[in-house]
Design a binder for this molecule. Structure first.
Ligand SMILES: Nc1nc2c(ncn2[C@@H]2O[C@H](COP(=O)(O)OP(=O)(O)OP(=O)(O)O)[C@@H](O)[C@H]2O)c(=O)[nH]1
Length: 386
């Protein structure tokens, strides 16, 4: 029977009572530990080459908008050797090396799907066809099709009812941002308040003329939510690269941040320039940019907000970079909204430069909304909620 140990690498850093459990499994050397380490432990992709084979199930805690617990399994784990009922897991993430012979992984995946479906028909099944960067575009599609068909045929052989089980396939690699994109989609299904986060992002986009905005987890570079416009791969890659760069150089600015002399509590006492009176009413009433409101000076804008009443104010840095200097131009902006989440948005450069105050006010209201939703999510998990 497989024994378990708590990972020392990532310790739970908050008091969330219930963690959402994800079973990370698949065949040997398919890349399970690499996925976990690259996403949640900042391991450079090239270093995954030196990862030792996993001998025992290892649990990794990670706090993003919700608290996760990722169980990294050895390649030979079976339904019987897993010392925990499958009903404990919200998601089973099955990793297949896309270049490997796929009969064995398909048999194993189907075995787990059938067993899991019997104890929890609502369990999410996600398949990562991993190491996809090794294949040419056409081959990727062909292998994807073969594996997908193979799984569906085997499920149909088991019972026609399994054909209806939702099963999501993603092409992934640690060497590009496809891994972050795929895992973000896995995460979206686990966040109960996703639609409220999306509403806040839609309102932000509408108020600031932003064509695209994401709420990113800064450490893992997973996006917790995005607005309603479609995700364009190039924009997603750009945001991931920008976050990577800010994470790499952020520590240089720590000394400036700690010496920041902003007044301690400058929570917004007036609504943002789009006549939104509270984050809750704003959910129902997106407003266009108000043409008559000029930008307030940046020094008047709130820079600090306490996370919880009575706690030390936290400094929320922001950054921006011009993507295309030519007129009309686009600017990519970054605003930290909680210690671990950041709003990344594309803005017309004109809006960012001429109406900076409007943008900043909308960030403040966005931040307030996120904080409230996060509190509700947290209370729900700790049993204090309704
Ligand atoms: N080309 C390529 N190689 C990868 C990728 N991800 C992981 N690898 C390599 O795959 C090998 C196995 O990775 P691991 O993360 O140890 O795989 P695992 O599934 O945890 O292995 P076991 O614990 O032994 O089952 C390593 O040499 C990694 O460098 C990827 O996206 N692309």
């Amino acid at each position: 029977m497989a024994s378990m140990q708590d990972s020392l690498a990532l310790k739970p850093s908050n008091d969330f009572a219930r963690r959402t459990k994800i079973l990370l499994m698949g065949t040997k050397r398919s890349g399970k530990t690499s996925i976990q380490q690259v996403l949640f432990n900042n391991l450079p992709p090239k270093q995954t080459f030196y990862i030792e084979p996993t001998k025992r199930i290892t649990k990794h805690a990670f706090d993003t908008f919700i608290p996760l617990e990722i169980w990294d399994c050895p390649g030979d784990v079976t339904v019987d050797s897993l010392d925990t009922p499958l009903s404990e897991f919200t998601t089973i993430l099955f990793v297949i090396d896309i270049r490997a012979l796929y009969q064995e992984p398909i048999s194993k995946l189907v075995e787990f799907m059938v067993a899991a479906h019997q104890v929890n028909p609502d369990i999410n099944f996600e398949v990562f066809l991993h190491k996809a960067e090794k294949l040419m575009e056409d081959d990727k599609i062909e292998y994807y099709r073969l594996i997908h068909e193979g799984v569906m045929d085997r499920l149909a052989d088991e019972s026609p009812e399994y054909e209806q089980v939702p099963l999501n396939f993603h092409l992934t690699s640690v060497y590009d941002h496809s891994l972050q994109d795929a895992f973000s989609h896995v995460l979206h299904k686990l966040v109960d308040s996703l639609s409220f986060l999306e509403d806040l992002l839609n309102i932000f986009c509408s108020n600031t003329s932003s064509p695209k905005a994401f709420l990113f987890d800064t450490t893992s570079r997973l996006y917790v939510a995005t607005d309603a416009s479609p995700v364009d791969q190039a924009t997603h890659n750009l945001c991931c690269d920008y976050l990577y760069m800010l994470n790499a150089f952020g520590p240089l600015f720590k000394s400036n941040m700690t010496n920041d002399s902003s007044p301690p509590d400058q929570s917004p006492s007036t609504p943002p320039p789009t006549a939104i009176t509270s984050p809750s009413t704003s959910l129902a009433s997106p407003n266009p940019i108000h043409p008559n409101i000029g930008p307030p000076t940046v020094s008047n804008l709130p820079k600090t907000l306490p996370m919880t009443p009575g706690s030390k104010p936290v400094f929320y840095p922001s950054a921006s970079t011009s993507l295309s200097p030519s007129h009309p131009g686009t600017t990519l902006t970054y605003h930290l909204v909680t210690p671990h989440l950041a709003l990344l948005a594309l803005l017309p450069s004109e809006v960012y430069e001429m109406r900076r105050g409007l943008v900043e006010w909308n960030v403040v209201w966005f931040r307030e909304g996120i904080r409230e939703i996060w509190e509700v999510e947290r209370e729900g998990r700790s049993g204090k909620g309704p």
